[in-house]
Unconditional design. Structure first.
Length: 256
């Protein structure tokens, strides 16, 4: 069980937002915290403290006027910690290799391969051929519905037809190195983790999975460790004192 640090970038700034509030129209989001520091500042900190496998997420769509400013922030972070962080947000076949050459260890992909509500295997296979399975993370961020958890795309705004279950994970693990899974309903709210989702993820074997969403205190970390059988990694944003929260960043040293 490891702590995976994050750098979320929206409208050209390092931020923590309420995940479910993100809207492409007008580049809107409900902010929990807007940092005075840039991405490179946090990347240097994570490097100094020995954290690996964290992620940088670009929260504006590629079509946004802000996307290039997001990339500029991300580039600074990747140059500050080459090989130490993953990157996601607007990744496609045409730019995936560029981000690896900028210094990312992996590219994180959702909407490029999950489109029109289904999984586009042709795109997925081409992406794996381009960057290699070992450099690909699939983001299976999901929202709970009456009949299960469904993968969400387009910055968690669109529901797919794909239920997150053991069969889905078993299939997709053949195409990627890791999974990143945000619990969309609780992301950024600091009111507790999505326990039923963690219970499911804890049953998966031989999969590297990072959980995100709702962590607000040590009891959440204890729950993740217990139900995740010590194998489920986690990331914390708004709840960390780095981003205005109350959980001490220094305590994450216990989870390297």
């Amino acid at each position: 069980m490891r702590f995976r640090p994050c750098i979320d970038i929206h409208n050209g700034s390092v931020k923590q937002i309420v995940g479910g509030s993100l809207k492409d129209v007008g580049d809107q989001a409900e902010n929990n915290y807007v940092s005075q520091y840039d991405g490179a500042y946090y990347a240097k900190m994570y490097k100094k403290d020995g954290f690996t496998g964290g992620h940088i997420i670009l929260l504006n769509p590629r079509e946004s006027e802000w996307y290039q400013k997001d990339i500029k922030q991300a580039l600074g972070a990747l140059q500050a910690y080459p090989g130490g962080m993953q990157i996601g947000g607007g990744i496609c076949l045409e730019n995936a290799q560029d981000f690896l050459e900028m210094g990312a260890s992996h590219v994180i992909v959702t909407s490029y391969v999950f489109r029109n509500g289904i999984l586009d295997y042709d795109r997925l296979k081409k992406l794996v051929s381009k960057v290699g399975k070992k450099h690909l993370v699939l983001d299976l961020s999901c929202r709970k519905y009456a009949d299960g958890y469904y993968i969400m795309t387009d910055r968690w705004q669109k529901k797919t037809q794909i239920c997150l279950n053991e069969q889905t994970v078993d299939d997709l693990r053949n195409y990627c190195d890791e999974f990143l899974i945000h619990a969309v309903d609780v992301e950024g709210k600091q009111n507790g983790v999505e326990r039923s989702l963690i219970s499911f993820l804890g049953q998966l074997s031989e999969c590297t999975v990072t959980y995100a969403g709702g962590i607000h205190g040590r009891e959440d970390l204890e729950y993740i460790e217990k139900l995740g059988n010590g194998q489920l990694d986690f990331t914390i944003g708004s709840a960390l004192d780095l981003f205005g929260g109350s959980l001490p960043y220094k305590d994450m040293q216990n989870y390297r």
